[in-house]
Write a protein that binds this ligand. Structure first.
Ligand SMILES: NC(=O)c1ccc[n+]([C@@H]2O[C@H](COP(=O)([O-])OP(=O)(O)OC[C@H]3O[C@@H](n4cnc5c(N)ncnc54)[C@H](OP(=O)(O)O)[C@@H]3O)[C@@H](O)[C@H]2O)c1
Length: 310
């Protein structure tokens, strides 16, 4: 019998219980799935980093922690976790949702939609936007989500540059990597999309100096993580016109405090960390497959590199 602890906030259990059981049954696994198991009996933890489980030491026979989220910054540094940690890669749900968010917000900025959606003066300005082929987009982060967004934007006709830590090849996408090539990635970015993880190496990556490297009037879409941007530097760059608009989904503190300048800034759009959610039916299949692998000794999918922090 495989003992699986579901450790996430209360509201997630009704959402995940049935899809997880369906996915585990489909693989023919014999299991107990519960929110309450004696720690010493638990084989796998299906985990959200905001759950009550923060000390993994009592889980003496634990084989793996299977994260429900793509972002793992709240668990990678946990010194009590000594077993493999897998992050969520959910192509049908999470990845597709991010592609929709990113393409939607890139197109909003590209087409200048706001001028028509809110037009109290009934203005009739003939401002033809450039074609997508004339609007270079850069994506910082060419992982699961960055690559999927790069391909979708490429299909729409945008010239896309992607930037990552290690060299990458993605058809039709100019791929740059490493700190040496970051400026090059920024210099052409009329629209900049941030899909990097939150690690010590990415904190404040977009600081005043790098914001100044972007073409004047660039627009930013950040569904990655809040600490990627120096908030004060961004507000200054918005105020002096260097950056025309920032659409921000993630923040250093969430919910974004009421008195944070982003809320009132006319050139900032705040979305409440909704860029993309893990979707229970498809995510449950990913979790079940990893448990199957653990039971037959196959390598786990989507393992986190704890040293790199993602
Ligand atoms: N807002 C939301 O709703 C939401 C939802 C899901 C995820 N997210 C965020 O999106 C992030 C990305 O997810 P993912 O699944 O695409 O992650 P991933 O597959 O791990 O990809 C991360 C990418 O970032 C690159 N990277 C990491 N550190 C770097 C550094 N120091 N310099 C340059 N590149 C670096 C990696 O480079 P390599 O390819 O060389 O490793 C990789 O290309 C998550 O970590 C999470 O924070 C947000």
């Amino acid at each position: 019998m495989i003992n699986i602890l579901f450790a996430a906030t209360d509201s997630r259990w009704p959402e995940y219980a049935a899809p997880l059981r369906k996915a585990l049954d489909a693989l023919g696994l014999h299991y107990v799935l519960s929110r309450e198991l004696a720690p010493e009996d638990v084989d796998y933890i299906v985990y959200a980093p905001n759950s009550d489980v923060q000390d993994f030491r009592p889980y003496t026979r634990l084989k793996a922690v299977l994260n429900l989220w793509a972002g793992v910054e709240k668990v990678t540094q946990n010194p009590t976790l000594t077993v493999p940690l897998a992050r969520m890669v959910d192509d049908e749900g999470l990845t597709q949702g991010m592609v929709e968010y990113v393409t939607g917000h890139v197109l909003r900025h590209h087409l200048g939609m706001d001028a028509h959606i809110v037009n109290p003066g009934h203005d009739w300005p003939k401002l033809t936007p450039p074609l997508a082929s004339e609007r270079p987009v850069t994506i910082l982060g060419l992982g699961t989500l960055g690559v999927a967004c790069a391909k979708a934007l490429r299909t729409l006709g945008f010239p896309v540059t992607g930037w990552s830590r290690s060299p990458k090849q993605v058809d039709g996408v100019r791929c740059l990597h490493g700190m040496d090539q970051l400026d090059k990635a920024l210099e052409t970015a009329q629209i900049l999309v941030l899909l990097l993880p939150d690690t010590p190496a990415t904190t404040d990556l977009l600081n005043a100096e790098r914001l100044a490297r972007l073409p004047k009037g660039a627009m930013i879409v950040n569904p990655g993580r809040g600490p990627l941007i120096d908030d004060a530097a961004l507000v200054a760059a918005l105020d002096d016109g260097q950056i025309a608009h920032a659409t921000l989904d993630v923040f250093r503190i969430e919910p974004l405090p009421q008195d944070h300048p982003f809320w009132a800034h006319p050139k900032v759009t705040v979305t409440p960390h909704i860029a993309s959610e893990t979707r229970a039916p498809s995510a449950a299949r990913v979790i079940a497959e990893n448990i199957r692998r653990g039971e037959v000794g196959e390598p786990f999918l989507h393992l986190v590199d704890r040293t790199a922090g993602y």
